[in-house]
Design a protein around this ligand. Sequence first.
Ligand code: AMP
Ligand code: ZN
Length: 107
Amino acid sequence: MENCLFCSIANGDPDKLVWQNDTAAAFNDIHPKAPVHVLVVPKRHVEKLDDLDDAELAGQLLMAVRQAAEAAGVKGAYRVMVNNGAPAGQVVEHLHFHILGGRRFEA
Ligand code: AMP
Ligand code: ZN
């Protein structure tokens, strides 16, 4: 999709990515909320989790989250979060999984 920030990042300069494969890309959040804060996105535009109707891609994205977490150095110690829709706090309208790590989380 044109004019989508995360489409541009995911399909742009590979040096800015923490991890990628054919279908997904991971990059550092610009305003990190933990020592490690990585976003994992599909390379093709999907607006939000509710719009993810491709089960194969859904599975690939979960595997991508695991691989990106390992690449970011937080294997075995990270939190995953998705904000689905504006009322839930979704600001960027391209599906993204937040990986948060590098510190302890309570509840
Ligand atoms: P959300 O509130 O779930 O839509 O999260 C959007 C996230 O994208 C926030 O944590 C922002 O800090 C992050 N963000 C916004 N612009 C950029 C950017 N250009 N590069 C990396 N992360 C970004
Ligand atoms: Zn997009």
